[in-house]
Design a protein around this ligand. Sequence first.
Ligand SMILES: NC(=O)c1ccc[n+]([C@@H]2O[C@H](COP(=O)([O-])OP(=O)(O)OC[C@H]3O[C@@H](n4cnc5c(N)ncnc54)[C@H](OP(=O)(O)O)[C@@H]3O)[C@@H](O)[C@H]2O)c1
Length: 372
Amino acid sequence: MTDIVLAQIGVGLIGQTVIEQVIEQRARWERDFGLRVIYRALIDASGGVACDEKNGYSNDELAAFVAHRRSGGRVATLPEEFGWTKRTAAEALTLTQPFGPVIAIDTAAGSTTAELLGSNLSNGGGAVLSNKAPLALPSSDPVAQLLWSESGFNGRTRYETTCGAGLPVISTVRSLLASGDDVTEVVGALSGTLGAIFTDVDAGKPFSQAVVDAKAAGFTEPDPRDDLSGLDVARKALILARNIGIPVELDQIEIENLVPDHLRETGVDDFLNSIDEVDAAIAQRADAARGKGARLKYVATVSAGMPIAVGLREIPLDTVLGSLTGPENIITIRSKRYAANPINITGPGAGAAVTAAGVVADTLELATTLSE
Ligand SMILES: NC(=O)c1ccc[n+]([C@@H]2O[C@H](COP(=O)([O-])OP(=O)(O)OC[C@H]3O[C@@H](n4cnc5c(N)ncnc54)[C@H](OP(=O)(O)O)[C@@H]3O)[C@@H](O)[C@H]2O)c1
C-alpha cells in the first residue's frame, strides 16, 4: 500500500471540489490501486490546520470542513467544536513533514503560496498546481527555479490544469518531448471567457454588451478586466513556453490588453458603463475578419524563435481553431512529427469538476512517481 500524504493550499471552488472527489473515490483507489490518501493539512489565506491522526482527516471531518467553507467560513473561523488547532499556513505544512513525502496541492490564487511549495519541494515532497502564479514567477526566483527544475517527465511538479483545466495539454506535450519529438509551436484559444465574448461579437453583438452578458452568465471574474487584460492568458502562454523549453519572462510577452488605459483603475461599475467606447473599433475589426473568411479570436501563440504573444487575431474559419465557437478552449500543437497535421485538443477549459479531476489525476500520478 502506498500512502499519499496531502497538504492542500487553497480551498475555494476548485479546492473544495478536489476534497469532495477524494471523499468519493478514495476507498476505490485504495482497493483498486493500493493508493491510500491521507489528508494531513488544509490551508486557506487565513491560516491552516493539521492532523496527526494515523489516517489523517476522516471523510466526515473533510465534509464538515467543506461545508464550513461553503457557508462563507474560513480556517480562522472554524468553530471550536471541530477541535482543530488553528495555525499559520507554514506551521500546518511543517507538521505534515514527518509523515512525508508530502504532496502540496496548490489550488489557491496568486504567487504568495510559492514559499510553501518551495519548502515542501526542498523537503523531498511534490507540488500539484492549478494556480498559475507561482509557475509564472521570474525565472530568477528560487521557488520558480525549483518548480521548473522538477517539471520534467519524472519530476515532482505537476501542473496539468494551469492551461486548459482538465484537458490533457501539458501531458500531451510532455509525452511528445519524452518520446524525442520537438514541439515547435503551441497556439491556443485558452480563455473560455474571451471565447464566449468574441463568439457574441462575431454574431454582431456590441463588445460591451457581450462583456456584460458574459459577466451575467458567470463566465468572467468578478472584475471582467481580469479576463480582458490578457494577463491570465499570458501566464498560460508562459507556462506552455517554459514547458517546451523556451525561456521567457512575463514582461517579455506581447499582451494585447482589451481595456483602454484610462479605464484600468476605475471602479468595476464605471468600467462597465464606459466600455462601450471601444465597441466601434472592435466591431470594425470583426467586420474586417469576416470579410476575409475569418473570425476574431483571442489567441496565445508560442513558437520557438518568435515573440510570444497573446491578443486578438483573425483566424480563418476553415481551420479547427477558427471553427470553434463559445467558451470551449482549443489548443493546437505542432511538432517535428506532427508538422503538417497538428494535434488539436478541444473541450471545456474551465469548471470545477473537470479542473478538480485534473488536479486529482496529477496527484495520483505524482504519488506513483514519488513512491518509486
Ligand atoms: N475555476 C476554474 O475553472 C479554474 C480552472 C483552472 C485553474 N484554476 C485556478 O485554480 C485556482 C483556484 O481557483 P478557484 O476558482 O478555486 O479560486 P477561488 O474560489 O477564488 O479560491 C481560491 C482559494 O485560494 C485561497 N488563497 C488565496 N491566497 C492564499 C494564500 N496565500 N495561501 C493559502 N490560500 C490562499 C483562498 O483562501 P480564502 O478564501 O481564505 O481567501 C481560496 O481558498 C486559481 O489559481 C485559478 O486560476 C481555476
